[in-house]
Structures are given as C-alpha cells and as structure tokens.
Design a protein around this ligand. Structure first.
Ligand code: MG
Length: 157
C-alpha cells in the first residue's frame, strides 16, 4: 500500500464560477485559477500523484500552458487516474477536507462524492468528503479563499 497527501488553496474572485468536487455551486463569486479552480480536485490529484511517487499536478498540467486554460478539473482527475493505473496502482480510498467559511457545502456533498467516485472508476464507499470552517480564523475564515486537504491510499495491483 502507498499513502499520499495533497493540499491546495485558491483565492475568491468576482465573476468566476465556483466549482468544487466537480460540482458547480451557486455563489456570488468563484475561485481564481488557470483551470476551473476546483481546489478540492487539485488537492486530490496531488495526493494521488504523491502516493504513486509521480510528482505533482503542476508538473503534469503546467498552469502556463494554454492547453489547460479554463479546463474542467474532472478531466485532470481522470488523466491522473489513468496515469496511476498505468503505474500499477489502484485507489483504496480517498478522504478529503475542504476548508471554507462560505458557502455551505453540505447540500452538495452527495453529488461531489458521486462525481469523484465515477471519475476515479471506484465502487461506492471509497470517497469521503468533509467540510469545515475555521471559525473565522485565517484566510479561509476571512472569506479570502478556500483550501482543501486530501489523503489517499493506493494499493499495488
Ligand atoms: Mg490549484
């Protein structure tokens, strides 16, 4: 078995869609990024790549490349899964924590879980997503942006 962890944070920006866990969430602003800004999926991709000893998301999908401008992060996740499968691993389970003071994520959790499970070609029950505030402390607490942590376990096939 191999373990990996990932972290990412993006700043809120006006005039952007908010996309988290592959789900578009109605909100008055989104996250600034070269891609769609899906901070949850970015942390998850880093954890997957880390567990496989395959570097990080920036190495695979450079943020100065026109190819990845505005890209749906679910496409990146599917590519990362193909990559780690190609290296002889399969996902055991993933656990993600989103740190956000706003918006409320509970109503979207099931759909996020469903989409990530499908993108990673997993059976149900292997993807867990959690959300927390920081009770007003730090950049997430000041509503400057959203951060995300991910831990994954890979199994060698
Ligand atoms: Mg990112």
């Amino acid at each position: 078995m191999r373990i990996g962890q990932g972290y990412d944070a993006h700043r809120f920006a006006e005039g952007r869609r908010l996309v988290l866990g592959g789900v578009e969430i109605a909100h008055h602003r989104g996250l600034a990024a070269h891609s769609d800004g899906d901070v949850l999926i970015h942390a998850l991709c880093d954890a997957l790549l880390g567990a496989a000893g395959a570097g990080d998301i920036g190495r695979h999908f450079p943020d100065n490349s026109a190819e990845f401008e505005g890209i749906d992060s679910r496409v990146l996740l599917r590519r990362v899964i193909s990559r780690i499968e190609g290296l002889g691993f399969r996902v055991g389970n993933v656990d993600v924590t989103v740190v956000a003071q706003e918006p409320k994520l509970a109503p979207h959790m099931a759909q996020m879980q469903e989409r990530l499970t499908s993108d990673m070609r997993l059976e149900p029950g292997r993807v867990n997503i959690k959300a927390t505030t920081t009770e007003g402390m730090g950049f997430a607490g000041r509503r400057e942006g959203i951060a995300s942590y991910a831990v994954v376990l890979l199994e060698e096939r």
